[in-house]
Structure formats: structure tokens, C-alpha cells
Ligand binder design. Structure first.
Ligand code: C2E
Ligand code: MG
Ligand code: MG
Ligand code: MG
Length: 280
């Protein structure tokens, strides 16, 4: 009996591995065509100034509606794009499209916003990246000071990459560098002064229970104080409740982003979303 069950387990194990591999292979080939087929789009999630309640910017979030696979979330297709190297053309498209959209949005709303774009490690390392940024700004007309590139701690921890020079060159353009998911990763605090950084985005795992009896609250307090002492702006991600907002506001957190205000919405819905967020 036990033996049979054991064999079964082994078979199931192989089965699910195989399914996963097949899934990856077919996602990879579908993703290869997704860009050309126009299956990728961008949503924009508002970021709100906690002192004024104004929407000050947006994070561009990639979306994929695959003819073959249906809606595939970025948590599934970004890793596939990274492993296959497709993240480089995909990330280039995201950057160009987001800059273009943001100029349109600004025209429609009659005021400037900042635009946050996520960047993968492989993009930072790819040779044409700086030129792509320059091109995206130039062809869209977006001001460099409005663009924020979100990178993760892992990029900074990998010393082989000589990433300081790249980030400095980007910053010399006037573009801002944001550490996304701050506190979730390797967290060597030394890099905060070693690299040219403008902003920390507190990972939503720290934000989740704020306002109640939250053992992690002192960490959030410390991140905010430390960031300000270093001259950095702080934004909290994953804010879902008024309690969290109240807490963050009391602690002088600069900005917040999360479902409490709005999920990501299409460029068409941005105008309505801003009105709704600012009159609530
Ligand atoms: P991220 O950069 O940390 O983006 C925030 C994620 O949290 C988004 O998920 C967003 O929809 C979600 N979120 C926002 N507010 C809330 C909230 O209040 N509660 C909760 N539970 N979640 C919230 P999404 O769009 O599924 O993106 C997942 C990740 O995929 C992003 O995490 C980012 O790392 C990556 N990603 C998305 N677009 C791109 C892209 O264009 N390029 C690259 N390289 N990565 C991207
Ligand atoms: Mg992000
Ligand atoms: Mg994040
Ligand atoms: Mg996060």
C-alpha cells in the first residue's frame, strides 16, 4: 500500500514539474508574440501626497491579456520575461509607452505628475538602457525630473555589476531612483549612502497591519525617520485602510499608494480616478 502511494507521489511530483515546465515554455513563446500582437498594456496606480491628499504621481504596471492564456499577471510573466531575456524589449516598450501616456494624462489634467516605472536587473545591465531612457524622454517630451525608476535592493547588492556608474548617469539626466519593496530583501543599510537614491518605497508586508497592534510598526517608524535624515522621500505601498493612512500621516510618511485610493487603472480612467481620489 505504502509503496503504491509512494510511487503515486513520485508520479504526481513529476507530473506537476512537467506541467510547470510546459507552462513556462508556452508562456515564453506566447510572450514573444505578445508585444507585436498588442496584447500588453499598462495600468496606472495613483500615488497620493499624504499631507495634501493630492495625487502626485502614478506607477505604471504591466498587464498582459493573452489570446491563448487569458489574463496573465505580472508576477507570472515578468519572471518569464526575465529568464528569457525578453524583459529588455518588454521593459523598453513599457518605458516608452508610459512616458507617452503620462504626457497625454498631464495634458488632459492640466498639471504635472511623476511617473514611476519598474525596472528589472537585466535591464539595468543591458548596454542600451541609458539610451533608451534618453530616447523615451525625448520622443515623449516628458521632463526627466518627472520620471522615477523603481529598482529592487537586489540590484544594489550585486557588486559585480558596477551599478553605481549606471545609476549615477541616469541620475545626471535628472531621473530619480526609487528602491521598491524596501525592507523585504537583503537590507544592507550601507548602500543607502553608497548609491545615488532619491526615494524609498516601504514594502507592503510592513504596511499591512499598521494602525492596530502591529509589532512591525517600529520598523516603519524607523524607516521613515532614517529616510528623511538621509534626505530621501518615503512612499508606503499596499495601503488598504484608513487606519493605515492615519498612522502613516502621523509619522510624516510623504506618500502612499494602494487599493484604499485606487488599484491600477487604464490611461482612459485616470482622469476620473484622480477626481474620485481627491474628493473623497
Ligand atoms: P510592485 O512594483 O511592488 O507593484 C505593486 C504591486 O502591488 C502591483 O501588483 C499592484 O497592483 C499591487 N498593489 C497595489 N496596491 C495594493 C494594495 O493596496 N494591496 C495589495 N495587496 N496589492 C496592491 P502587480 O500589478 O500585480 O505587479 C506585481 C509586480 O510585477 C510589481 O510589484 C513589479 O515588481 C512587477 N511589475 C509590474 N509591471 C512591471 C514592469 O513593467 N516591469 C517590471 N520589470 N516589473 C513589473
Ligand atoms: Mg514597483
Ligand atoms: Mg513595490
Ligand atoms: Mg512590494
Amino acid at each position: 500500500q505504502a509503496k503504491a502511494a509512494g510511487r503515486n507521489n513520485v508520479r504526481w511530483f513529476h507530473r506537476s514539474m512537467l506541467d510547470e515546465t510546459n507552462d513556462r515554455v508556452s508562456l515564453t513563446s506566447a510572450l514573444r508574440q505578445a508585444l507585436a500582437a498588442g496584447e500588453l498594456s499598462l495600468d496606472y496606480q495613483p500615488q497620493v501626497d499624504l499631507a495634501t491628499g493630492e495625487v502626485t504621481g502614478f506607477e505604471a504596471l504591466a498587464r498582459w491579456h493573452s489570446a491563448e492564456h487569458g489574463a496573465v499577471g505580472p508576477d507570472r510573466f515578468i519572471p518569464v520575461a526575465e529568464d528569457s531575456g525578453m524583459i529588455v524589449p518588454l521593459g523598453g516598450w513599457v518605458l516608452r509607452q508610459a512616458c507617452r501616456d503620462m504626457v497625454e494624462i498631464q495634458r488632459a489634467l492640466g498639471r504635472p505628475f511623476h511617473l514611476a516605472v519598474n525596472v528589472s536587473p537585466r535591464q539595468v545591465h543591458s548596454s542600451g538602457w541609458l539610451d533608451e531612457i534618453v530616447d523615451a524622454l525625448k520622443s515623449s517630451g516628458l521632463d526627466a525630473s518627472q520620471l522615477e525608476l523603481e529598482i529592487t535592493e537586489g540590484i544594489l547588492m550585486d557588486e559585480r555589476w558596477g551599478v553605481t556608474g549606471i545609476l549615477q548617469a541616469i541620475r545626471d539626466l535628472g531621473v530619480k531612483i526609487v528602491i521598491d519593496d524596501f525592507g523585504r530583501g537583503y537590507s544592507s543599510l550601507a548602500y543607502l549612502t553608497r548609491f545615488p537614491i532619491d526615494k524609498l518605497k516601504i514594502d507592503r508586508s510592513f504596511v499591512h497591519d499598521l494602525g492596530g497592534e502591529d509589532p512591525q510598526a517600529p520598523i516603519v517608524d524607523a524607516i521613515i525617520v532614517m529616510a528623511h535624515a538621509l534626505g530621501l522621500t518615503v512612499v508606503a505601498e499596499g495601503v488598504e485602510s484608513p487606519r493605515q493612512i492615519t498612522y502613516l500621516r502621523q509619522r510624516d510618511c510623504d506618500e502612499a499608494q494602494g487599493y484604499y485610493f485606487s488599484p491600477g487603472v487604464s490611461a482612459d480612467e485616470v482622469l476620473r480616478t484622480v477626481r474620485r481620489v481627491e474628493t473623497r
